[in-house]
Write a protein that binds this ligand. Sequence first.
Ligand code: ZN
Length: 250
Amino acid sequence: MTIERAAIVCKERGLPGVALTDHMDIDTPTGVDRFMFDPGQQQLMCDKISRKYGVELLKGIELGLQPNTVEKSRERLSPFTFDTVILSVHFVDGLDPYHQPDFFEGKDYIRAYGRYLETILECIKGYGDFDTLGHYDYITRYAPYKERVIRYSDFPDLMDSILSYLAQNGKALEINTNTYRSRYRGASSPDPDIFRRFKELGGKFVSLGSDSHTDDRIYDNFGFFADFLSNCGFRYLTMFRGRKASLTSI
Ligand SMILES: [Zn+2]
């Protein structure tokens, strides 16, 4: 989807705007550089298209990290200023679970999901300069197990480490609505205990991301997941503008 198409859809649907979080992952395990983009070009286009259509286009990035790409990614992004930075993890132990299902071989779900969460913890602590942790349960999309949700009760220590870090550093925990689409044959929503625990640990910021790739999925299922977050005790959704949290009542 082009930036212009996103702006047109916002205009047509009466939406105030959208955060464009193009995906960057360097040194991918399969050597594919599909997930690269030029932030300078993106930002110029955002300004131009935003003026043309009168909708707000936030300049964002979804930065995919591996422990060994933390410093290289920091260097790569240092010339740019974003509205919002989502940090996410797509690869574990040098493997891409989407294209390389052998990641799951010989592991039960506790081991596989646990390695994913350990990698998230290492990356968020190592990088630090982000606003939102994206799709903490991405690994479940491609997992071969019948357990298709990351439950707090299965990983209390690891989840506490991740959630405490986010809470203490003013970061947002995202629900990525893409994960719960029927195409992945998984859970229809995340484990509410994870969001309740985040709140207990002092977490204030939660956000929704549609990871929409195509224009029909912009804001996909936001009503349902806003209710979910409200039931977990949150009163506001968060977006970041100029790297500062901006809250909207649920
Ligand atoms: Zn992602």
